[in-house]
Design a protein. Structure first.
Length: 227
């Protein structure tokens, strides 16, 4: 029998709905999109019921334009996740970083083949299924990156390289840290061990320390350029 060659380096999350835990929220600054330059934010989730061959949970992510418009993808997904519509007061008080450790039900769809690969995209975010705790400990150590945070440099060093590269291209990052402020691998390793860069999820016991994935095989190559 002549078989198709196997690609041992890729793992494709199944299409459908998956219980998930938010483990990463990162401001990306202003990025080029199909609709022009937009401030964006990255949200990443672990899928505890989708283990990788190494035993760690698969992860998926989505990039959103930072917008409070009622039709924006970010507001739509967070309101759906929270199970309620936000008032102006809610919007002023809501801290997106508090999503860390919060559970939900993700709808995942497969993209058309791009460059010989199919990608698992986050299509929608729903409240957690019945019986699932509203907050759970993550496998990866929860991380938040805020551009204006006093510990932003250390938080930046804790991010995987592909995310640091994206953030370093933003004018906000370059204005604060300089166009050549990216840390070397050695410096990143030193900062990775620093406690100041880690943000503990609210109401959680201390998270198990684990490296964030350096590569995300399930995300669409262009993420979502949201209006």
């Amino acid at each position: 029998m002549i078989r198709f060659p196997k690609n041992s380096s890729s793992f494709l999350v199944a299409a459908g709905t998956h219980p998930a835990i938010c483990y990463c929220v990162a401001e990306l600054g202003t990025q080029e999109t199909s609709y022009g330059k937009k401030p964006q934010i990255h949200i990443g989730w672990e899928l505890p019921e989708e283990p990788l061959p190494n035993g760690r949970p698969a992860v998926v992510r989505r990039r959103y334009a930072v917008s409070a418009d009622p039709k924006s993808a970010l507001r739509t997904d967070i309101e759906s996740w929270e199970g309620r519509r936000f008032s102006a007061i809610d919007l002023d008080a809501f801290d997106i970083a508090d999503l860390i450790g919060q559970t939900c039900l993700l709808s995942v769809q497969h993209s058309d083949e791009v460059g010989g690969r199919i990608y698992a995209n986050v299509a929608s975010v729903l409240p957690p299924p019945r019986g699932m705790a509203k907050r759970m400990q993550t496998h990866n150590d929860p991380i938040v990156f805020e551009l204006e945070h006093e510990s932003a440099r250390a938080m930046y060093a804790a991010l995987p390289e592909w995310l640091r590269t994206t953030i370093s291209r933003s004018p906000e990052y370059q204005q604060r840290f300089g166009a050549t402020a990216g840390l070397s691998g050695r410096e990143a390793g030193q900062h990775r061990a620093a406690p100041a860069m880690r943000r503990q999820a609210p109401a959680l016991v201390e998270a198990t320390v684990a490296e964030l994935p350096d590569d995300d095989v399930n995300d669409a190559p262009f993420d979502f350029d949201e209006r």
